[in-house]
Design a protein around this ligand. Structure first.
Ligand code: DLL
Length: 437
């Protein structure tokens, strides 16, 4: 039967807080029971005297210790697998550039629940089974590929699994197939927009695109606006991480004011990463997640290292699932220069204000005889290169804006478009040369 509701699953999405919390408690008990069959949690629970019958309220979650990425690495590959290995049907893994990769296993149930959540997100931003959805994510271990593929199929959209790279081919697909919705990491979405311009095609007039789903890497509101304006679309922020399934766990609704976390499937806590205590409502801290509907490898109180805050108040969309703010960054992205804590997104925010600049930038931290120096290389937009005569003034203006934002004066280098290397997946924004010394 055709779904005429504005919700994919109205009952769950609009459930009142009391019922939602009751559902969370029921699922938490079940998950603790399930987790206790994994080698890692079995040992931990025995040491800490934890069992499902000791979970009688959501506050009891606090008695369970945090799980960290380190522990996932130390128990590589199967130390967190619950139940029987026979039940697992897929494995995703991180790149593992530093030490053991992290590995996440999924059962049929997990894949089913994940596809449903992705479909729920897509439906929430107005996509329907009449849409043509093109996915520009790599289809390997990165969960942005298969995660969106199965979600979009569950929605019933026509899917174009274009996969990563080959931008001109992506554009041909968009034009030929009448693509209406795109999934892309934000740095690639901008690159796509710039390539349209370079090819002399106006995506606003000459394509059927209406919606971009952007996520998997930190980005600013300014970058979102740029994508929206250049492409003539609405771009929605999408958050997820492989350890909790992948994309589809928190997503913006059409109000574009924070991402609803699907609390029927996850418990979200925000803690102070130093004291490990919950922060006050509305304050920024590290997000800690507990999976409630995963069976192959349920993680409890997992420290994401992602920094955000809850957005207080109700959302006009009618969903009572809490909203989280755009990520400030990861605690491990932050760098300290001259005693000041700096996040790459503070720099991006300022750069994006200049229409003379393209989207490519790189931040390098260089040790010098007089202390550490921040070098910001940023590409000039080909479109604006003829419109101004004074590169020096532009450079001075950018330096001033950055100094005001980060309180340290960086060295700004304006470079030709195409100079900063592009990565196929998530963008690399910072090179800290101090770490090589
Ligand atoms: O990036 C899953 C995903 C795929 C999300 C496609 C959205 C779209 P991982 O590769 O495990 O999984 O990386 C997870 O990426 O802990 C954050 O640091 C970062 N991240 C993900 N979404 C956002 C976002 C996927 N919307 C890590 N804003 C997370 C900022 C994000 N950072």
């Amino acid at each position: 039967m055709e779904n005429k509701s504005k919700y994919w699953e109205e009952e769950i999405e609009t459930m009142d807080r009391k019922s939602l919390e009751a559902l969370q408690l029921e699922r938490l008990k079940k998950t603790v029971g399930r987790a206790s069959t994994s080698p890692y949690y079995k040992k931990l629970f025995a040491e800490k005297n934890i069992s499902p019958d000791k979970i009688n309220s959501l506050e009891d979650l606090q008695n369970i210790p945090f799980t960290t990425k380190e522990e996932l690495r130390n128990n590589y590959p199967y130390g967190f697998v619950a139940g029987s290995m026979k039940e697992a049907v897929r494995l995703h893994s991180s790149s593992g550039t530093t030490g053991n990769p992290t590995v996440v296993l999924h059962s049929k149930h997990d894949l089913d629940s994940w596809a449903n959540l992705v479909a729920r997100c897509m439906y929430m931003v107005g996509l329907r089974d009449t849409d043509i959805f093109q996915n520009t994510s790599g289809y390997g271990m990165f969960t942005g590929g298969l995660g969106f593929q199965y979600g979009a199929e569950r929605l019933g959209a026509l899917t174009v699994p274009a996969a990563a790279g080959n931008t001109k081919r992506q554009i041909k697909f968009i034009m030929d197939f009448g693509t209406t919705a795109i999934h892309a990491v934000p740095s690639y979405a901008i690159h796509l927009a710039e390539t349209f311009r370079e090819m002399g095609i106006d995506p606003i007039k000459e394509t059927k695109l209406t919606t971009f789903l952007i996520g998997a890497e930190p980005h600013t509101e300014e970058q979102r606006k740029r994508i929206e304006e250049m492409m003539g679309v609405k771009a929605y922020n999408s958050y997820g991480l492989s350890e909790m399934a992948g994309p589809g766990i928190a997503f913006e609704c059409t109000w574009q004011n924070g991402m609803h976390f699907w609390e029927d499937c996850y418990i979200v806590e925000i803690i102070d990463p130093e004291t490990l205590e919950p922060v006050k409502e509305g304050e920024i801290g590290e997000m800690v997640l507990t999976a409630l509907d995963r069976t192959a490898m349920p993680l409890l109180r997992y420290r994401t290292r992602d920094l955000t805050r809850f957005i207080p108040g109700d959302c006009p969309c009618g969903r009572h699932h809490k909203r989280i703010d755009r990520m400030k960054g990861r605690s491990d992205d932050m760098f300290i220069v001259k005693g000041v804590n700096i996040f790459p997104m503070q720099i991006e925010k300022q750069l994006m204000k200049y229409e003379q600049l393209a989207s490519g930038y790189m931040i390098t931290i260089q040790p010098t005889a007089t202390g550490d120096e921040i070098v910001v290389e940023v590409e000039l937009s080909t479109l604006f290169s003829d419109d101004y005569s004074d590169l020096e003034n532009l450079q001075k203006s950018i330096t001033r804006s950055l100094k005001n934002e980060i309180l340290v004066t960086p060295r700004v280098k304006l470079v030709q478009k195409g100079t900063i290397p592009r990565t196929e997946g998530k963008a690399v924004r910072v090179k800290d040369l101090r770490k090589l010394v």
